[in-house]
Design a protein around this ligand. Structure first.
Ligand SMILES: CC(C)(COP(=O)(O)OP(=O)(O)OC[C@H]1O[C@@H](n2cnc3c(N)ncnc32)[C@H](O)[C@@H]1OP(=O)(O)O)[C@@H](O)C(=O)NCCC(=O)NCCS
Length: 160
């Protein structure tokens, strides 16, 4: 809950951004919030055009540090824009290497799933995310302008 408030204070929904969840709503029904985050995990039935996706949290003891989601396959839109992995670190825990560790650990899960190559994308001006991907062996495919997205985007491939 502290992390959600931090991320909302920062102006982004962060953890809660895939739907309009406010902190009070999450507090009122935490289980529903978790179920929502995990709604694409196997063996969930998927609507057409959706792929399975797993949610992981990086924690230090009782302290939540960040999260990642790992999409098990690419759709045309994920191939163009979202990639296999999304991640975020709570604002108060940034610049301490947690983002780099979060991607490294998520790549281990990807390997366990049998993925051989993982696509990770970020905005060209997101220097933190670029650092994370490059530290994890990302090879730049290129920089692209994607329809509906205001910033140039970098696509990297990581061979597992
Ligand atoms: C991007 C984000 C995940 C970085 O997390 P983090 O835990 O701070 O990352 P790390 O500490 O592992 O830093 C990785 C590298 O990027 C650098 N870095 C991190 N934040 C940076 C910033 N704001 N500006 C410049 N460099 C930055 C670090 O110095 C480090 O480089 P180094 O290895 O050369 O020292 C975090 O800022 C975040 O959650 N942002 C909002 C959500 C987001 O952008 N997610 C990624 C979408 S693609």
């Amino acid at each position: 809950m502290e992390a959600v408030r931090e991320m909302q204070a920062e102006g982004g929904g962060g953890l809660a951004s895939s739907r309009v969840w406010d902190a009070q709503e999450i507090d009122a029904d935490f289980e529903a919030f978790l179920s929502h985050l995990r709604r694409l995990e196997p063996p969930a039935d998927l609507a057409p055009g959706w792929v399975h996706s797993s949610e992981y949290w990086l924690v230090d003891g009782e302290t939540y540090l960040g999260r990642a989601d790992l999409r098990h396959a690419l759709t045309p839109r994920l191939r163009e824009y979202g990639g296999h992995v999304g991640y975020e670190v709570r604002p108060s825990a940034r610049r301490r290497g947690h983002g780099t560790a979060l991607l490294r650990l998520t790549l281990e899960r990807a390997r366990e799933l049998g993925l051989r190559e993982v696509l990770v994308t970020c905005d060209t001006d997101n220097l933190g995310s670029r650092g994370i991907i490059e530290a994890n062996g990302g090879v730049l495919e290129g920089e692209f302008q994607v329809e509906g997205h205001p910033h140039p985007l970098r696509r990297y491939w990581i061979t597992l």
